[in-house]
Ligand binder design. Structure first.
Ligand SMILES: [Zn+2]
Length: 116
C-alpha cells in the first residue's frame, strides 16, 4: 500500500444532523440547478443563514434537516461542480467518503463542529 496517499477518511454523520452544522463542516452547497458550490462564509442569524459561495453568490437558507439542500447533500445529489468556485479534489473526495446514517454517526455538537 502507498503510505503517501492514504484513502480519504470516512466521515459518518447522523441523517438528522442540522443543516447549518453540516454545511459549516463540509463547506459545500448544492444549488437548485444541481451545481455544487464551495462555501466561503456562513453567517447564521437564528434559524436563517446567509451563505456566500466562492464564486460570489449569496443566498439564505433555513436550518432545516428536511430542506431540499439538506436532502440533496445527504443523497449527494448534484449534476456538476461549479467551475468558478474551484472546489479542490480532496474536498470532493472527502464529501464522497461521507456517509449518513439513521442511527449512528456524529450529530455535530458545537464543540465538534468548531473543531478543525
Ligand atoms: Zn460556485
Amino acid at each position: 500500500m502507498d503510505k503517501e496517499q492514504p484513502p480519504a477518511a470516512q466521515h459518518h454523520y447522523r441523517k438528522r444532523v442540522e443543516l447549518f452544522r453540516l454545511i459549516a463542516k463540509i463547506k459545500l452547497w448544492p444549488s437548485r440547478l444541481g451545481i455544487l458550490h464551495g462555501i466561503r462564509a456562513i453567517e447564521v442569524h437564528g434559524a436563517t443563514a446567509l451563505i456566500t459561495t466562492h464564486c460570489g453568490r449569496t443566498l439564505s437558507a433555513n436550518n432545516s434537516r428536511s430542506s431540499r439542500a439538506a436532502r440533496w447533500l445527504r443523497n449527494k445529489r448534484f449534476i456538476g461542480v461549479c467551475g468558478a468556485c474551484g472546489i479542490p479534489d480532496w474536498k470532493l473526495a472527502k464529501y464522497n467518503a461521507t456517509r449518513f446514517h439513521r442511527h449512528s454517526g456524529s450529530q455535530l455538537h458545537s464543540q465538534e463542529a468548531g473543531r478543525k
